[in-house]
Ligand binder design. Structure first.
Ligand SMILES: Cc1ncc(COP(=O)(O)O)c(C=O)c1O
Length: 432
């Protein structure tokens, strides 16, 4: 009899303390919002599997686009060569994005799309002789990914404490609120006047990993305006917010100002294959366009613009533009609103916030609201027991469902969250 290997025999899982973590749940197949486990249990994926599966799992349209592409052209070097799926995707993205964007640079995932954006911004100034512009402005608690540039831009925390010495200097400013916007603007201006800043990078409207922290478009507009006045490039990291999440295709559509560079990934392929893109304006591109070879953007990955990933993205973009998908995005937003109202007065609920299809519920807790809050583990296990995949960020429970979620499934997610509030209250997880 062959011995059954456990997942953890040879696999080191991400963001997981392998010594204390529960055994990972083995999923054998999935369809739409349902994850089917090896033991027969079914889970509703209420967070789109780390925010990527915008059209649900095993979508047939995307699957057949990939299958067709796999039999035609699976991969080709993207320096000196090109292919139709990449050409089609670049055209669609430029059409979908607000006006002003012009060139699409391909990479592998969210972190690399940010890495590319930061390098583009630094080299933009370098190519023009402004070698003193080497710093970034970013928000406190920002999350832009796990590679070194992306970590540097991110807020300093336990997650990157081991790498403090290796991270480059970034000016971190508080997320603007109506109470601090004047102070934050003054701080921004003071930093900007030093003339050392290459770019301001931000997650527009919602800081995802920070606990779905939401802030006003008008406040971001004000800071972008200041950046522009001081010759600072603006990078919108829409890796999480892109492709319908905030109610519009891109969160930046809700701004008056327009950034110079945008980073996209996650939902771009509907969760089928990894792909990142960094889209720039013509102004950025022109700073690299020269007879002088040293002005080249020397960056690329082996799988840059992989045709299978591009085919998946083309199919995902097609689905996103269907009226039925837009209706679903509106439906989820409305359902979230009424659920938030229903639970607002529960003693376990500190506050709720919502942007488009994202609903965040901040739980009352005696402990500081951080990722390591013990309430998180209690809540996570409760949801898993109930057959719902929700992965609280500290004391913030959030829902970010695939757009194809049915009314019944969404109701089940709400019911389980409502149950969890009573459970957490009764089990006394509020006390520190
Ligand atoms: C805003 C933002 N940027 C970048 C990333 C990194 O993306 P990836 O995990 O694909 O590298 C994430 C991931 O959650 C994110 O939320």
């Amino acid at each position: 009899m062959s011995q059954q290997l456990q997942s953890t025999d040879h696999i080191w899982h991400p963001f997981t303390q392998m010594k204390t973590a529960d055994a990972p749940i083995q999923i054998v197949r999935a369809k739409d919002c349902a994850l089917h486990a090896l033991d027969g249990k079914i889970y509703i994926d209420a967070i789109s599997s780390w925010w990527v599966n915008i059209h649900g799992h095993a979508n047939e349209y995307i699957a057949s686009a990939i299958a067709q592409q796999a039999q035609t052209l699976e991969q080709v070097i993207f320096a000196g060569f090109t292919h139709q799926p990449a050409i089609d995707l670049s055209k669609t993205l430029i059409r979908l994005l607000p006006s002003g964007f012009s060139k699409v640079f391909f990479s592998d995932d969210g972190s690399t799309s940010v890495e590319v954006a930061i390098k583009m911004a630094f080299q933009y100034w370098h190519n023009q002789g402004s070698t003193h512009k080497t710093k970034l402005i970013a928000f406190e608690n920002a999350y832009h990914g796990d590679t070194f540039g992306a970590m540097s831009a991110g807020g300093r925390s336990t997650f990157n404490a081991a790498f403090q010495q290796q991270l480059f200097e970034v000016f971190h400013i508080p997320l603007p609120t109506k109470d601090n916007i004047e102070a934050v603007s003054a701080q921004f201006k003071k930093i900007a006047e030093q003339d050392t800043v290459a770019a301001f990078i931000f997650e527009p409207l919602v800081q995802g990993a920070a606990g779905m922290q939401m802030y006003e478009a008008a406040h971001l507009d004000k800071l972008i305006g200041l950046a522009k006045e001081h010759n600072i490039l603006c990078i919108a990291d829409e890796v999480m917010t892109g492709f319908g999440r905030t109610g519009t295709v891109f969160a930046i559509e809700q701004l008056e100002q327009s950034p110079d560079i945008i980073c996209l990934s996650k939902g771009i392929t509907g969760g089928f294959l990894p792909l990142g893109v960094t889209v720039s304006t013509q102004k950025i591109y022109d700073a690299f366009y020269a007879d002088d070879v040293t002005k080249t953007f020397f960056h690329g990955h082996s799988y840059t613009a992989n045709p299978l990933a591009c085919a998946a993205a083309n199919a995902s973009m097609h689905l996103l533009q269907q009226e039925s998908c837009k209706d679903q995005i509106r439906f989820i937003g409305l359902q979230h609103q009424s659920f938030a109202k229903n639970i607002a007065l529960h003693p376990m609920v500190k506050s709720t916030r919502q942007t488009g299809t994202i609903l965040a519920i901040e739980l009352q807790t005696g402990e500081a609201g951080s990722y390591f809050n013990s309430i998180r583990q209690h809540a996570y296990r409760f949801y898993i027991d109930q057959g719902v995949l929700l992965r609280p960020l500290g004391n913030v429970v959030y829902i970010m469902p695939p757009y194809c979620i049915t009314a019944a499934e969404l109701q089940r997610v709400y019911d389980v969250i409502a149950l969890s509030l009573d459970f957490l209250q009764q089990s006394g997880t509020t006390t520190a």
